[in-house]
Every structure is written in C-alpha cells, then in structure tokens.
Design a protein around this ligand. Structure first.
Ligand code: GAL
Length: 366
C-alpha cells in the first residue's frame, strides 16, 4: 500500500453491477437481492458484463450481537447474509455489501467506526466481493486516514474485495484515493432527473487525469430507467458515464424493466466504450450554447465522441478534427446507439442531436 495507484487487478475496467439504493432506498431484503440477481442473468445483463449485486444501506439489525459483530436484520434477511451471497455466487455473479466509516450509517443503523478489521473479516467470511464504505456520522474524522485503515482491514482478510469509497468528493478523493480503493465517489447523490445528471456531469470535466485501471472516478450509480428520466435522457446518461469510464452500477428495478431500458443498459457497443482496456477517461472538448462534445480515446487508436444537446430544441452539433486531435485524414464513423456505420468523414463531424440526448459516434482511422 504505497503512494502509487492500486494495481491489484481487481478492477482493470470500471466495475459493473447493480445496487439497491437508487430505486429501493432502505427497503431491502433477501427476496429483492436474490430476485435482482436472477433478473441480472435472465435479462442478459450478466452476459453483457454486469457482475456485482450490491445491497446498500438498510440490511443491518439495529444492534450488533453480543460478540460485537454486525448482523443482518432477521426480518429482512432471515437466513443471514452468507446464504444470500451463496445464491448470488451460484448464479455466476459477485456479491457486494455496504457499511459506513462512522458511528452510524446514513439511515442511522450501526456502522463500522472502531470495528473496521472485525467487520471486514466478517464480510469476507460471508463471501463479500465488493464493499461500499459510506461517510455519514464521521464528524472530526479524516477520510484519507480512515479509508486507508479500511484498505488495510480489507487486505488483511486476504479475500479479493473491490473497495468503493463514498465520501461524496468532499476531500478531493481523486488526489489520494487511487492508492486506497478501486473507485471513489466524486459528487453528492445522483437523483433520477436530468438537472441532477447534468450537474454531476459538469463536476467530472476536470477529473480525467486521476482515473485508470484499478482506480476509477465514480460519478455515482445509474438512474437509467428511474424517476423522471425519458429514454433519451437515460441513454445520454448511460453513454456519458461510459465516456467517463464510470463504474456502471444499475440502480433500477431489474425485475420489471421495459424493453427500451433493458436495451439501453445492455447496449454492447456503449458498454465496450466503458470497458475499453486502455482505461482512459474521456473529457469535454467543446461547450457552447447548451451543446457539448465529449471525447474518449480508446485502445487501438480509435476515438469515441458524444455530442450532447442539453437544450430544448434539436441541434446540429459540429466538431472539427482539430478539436478531436485527429490528423487531417479520413475516418470511418459508426453510430453506437444505432449500431450502424455511417458514411466516412474528413475534417469535421456533424451530429444531428435531439434535445436532452447524446449522439454517440466511434471514429476509426483508416
Ligand atoms: C449516501 C450514499 C448513497 C447511499 C446512501 C445510503 O451517503 O451517497 O449512495 O449509499 O448514503 O444511506
């Protein structure tokens, strides 16, 4: 655990999975977790690359047991957490859980301050593969020190566990968390509406330097298919998170997905952008009159461009090869939502883009 970045191979590309919080808040139980895992398989998400099924806040009983261990709420998880993890593993998936670094979780349930090694050991025994550590009720504590303790506690279990740091970007975690955890939240909580998705996006524009294999910026879990987002907005959110090399943690009800939502979160060519092996986070290269262009460089020399229309009228968004850092030569253009090749282009790309949507184009040099 030196000063460098983590390179333990546990998250060579951004983690993908599902987390209960965005849609279900504290209403979690054994049935929800198992049915969501089963739906992840049945919907084709597992085959599309989703791996972790994560239960967020709300799983604990209101008191630790006599030995001082966290225990699951017996009404919600009557067979305990290990039984749920076993079922998730039997489906070929990984199991994730939540705790908080402070005295209580954000829901006021028992949390892990002073119990880091004990709780990490217990989680490992239960078969946890992914651990999210939140930051409520930590007054006076330094996140860097406390999360470093968590990294040691997880390491001491000798079980490979992805560590997800969740202090909401307050102490500039991108500057220090890369040597401690595999991902760190960069912002406050996302909400299922367009202004929230756009506000979070704006906060990511300067963070691309800090992320890479095994250490990812986390602009929060997906709201695709939730709340007030239209399908165009959901698709734009998903594609921009892919450009950001963000962890793709679905946050909708997987058991009851409209086809267009399922189609969005399993879109193979968008997921391939997120999971590109080079692991280079994209950045904003143009912003004017409510239109933006985001660019991500991919392994093998191709580039992906998202033309984002934040306004309320359709627009033709133009971007020059100069802005994209492409020499003046011809590229093949593929539309990743349409999954179809367009004509070739030289010098400039034009993208007709509906309001609150993103056109996503992959540019492959000849
Ligand atoms: C917040 C966190 C959310 C969720 C919630 C649970 O602090 O950002 O993602 O975990 O706590 O109470």
């Amino acid at each position: 655990m030196g000063l460098g970045r983590l390179s333990d191979g546990l998250a060579p590309t951004p983690p993908m999975g599902w987390n209960s919080w965005n849609r279900f808040k504290g209403n979690v139980d054994e049935r929800l977790v198992i049915e969501s895992a089963e739906a992840m398989v049945a919907s084709g998400m597992r085959d599309a690359g989703y791996r972790y099924v994560v239960v967020d806040d709300g799983w604990m009983a209101p008191q630790r047991d006599r030995d001082g261990d966290l225990v699951a709420d017996p009404a919600r998880f009557p067979r305990g957490i290990a039984a749920v993890a076993d079922r998730v593993h039997a489906l070929g998936l990984g199991f994730g859980i939540y705790t908080d670094a402070g005295t209580n979780t954000c829901m006021g349930l028992p949390a892990s301050l002073g119990y880091e090694f004990r709780d990490a050991r217990r989680f490992a025994e239960w078969g946890v593969d992914y651990l999210k550590v939140d930051w409520c009720h930590t007054s006076g504590m330094g996140p860097r020190t406390l999360y470093a303790k968590w990294a040691m506690a997880v390491h001491a279990t000798r079980r490979p566990i992805v560590l997800s740091i969740c202090e909401w970007g307050r102490a500039r975690p991108w500057e220090w968390a890369g040597s401690i955890g595999h991902l760190w939240r960069t912002t406050w909580d996302i909400q299922p509406d367009w202004p929230s998705v756009m506000a979070i996006l704006d906060r990511q524009a300067d963070l691309h330097r800090f992320s890479g294999p095994d250490h990812w910026n986390d602009p929060d879990m997906l709201e695709v298919g939730n709340g007030e987002l239209t399908i165009d907005e959901s698709r734009a959110h998903f594609a921009l998170w892919a450009i950001l090399a963000a962890p793709l943690m679905a946050g909708n009800d997987l058991r009851d997905m409209p086809d267009e939502v399922r189609g969005a979160i399993t879109a193979p060519e968008i997921i391939a952008i997120d999971q590109d092996p080079l692991g280079r986070q994209g950045r904003r290269v143009q912003s004017k009159d409510a239109c933006e262009v985001w660019l991500r460089e991919l392994a093998g020399g191709s580039r992906v461009v998202a033309a984002l229309n934040r306004g309320t009228a359709s627009r033709e968004i133009a971007v020059t090869f100069g802005e994209l850092g492409i020499d003046d030569r011809r590229v093949r253009v593929r539309d990743l939502w349409e999954r179809a090749d367009r004509s070739t282009a030289a010098g400039e790309i034009l993208a007709d883009t509906a309001p609150h949507s993103a056109t996503v184009l992959r540019l492959v040099p000849y």
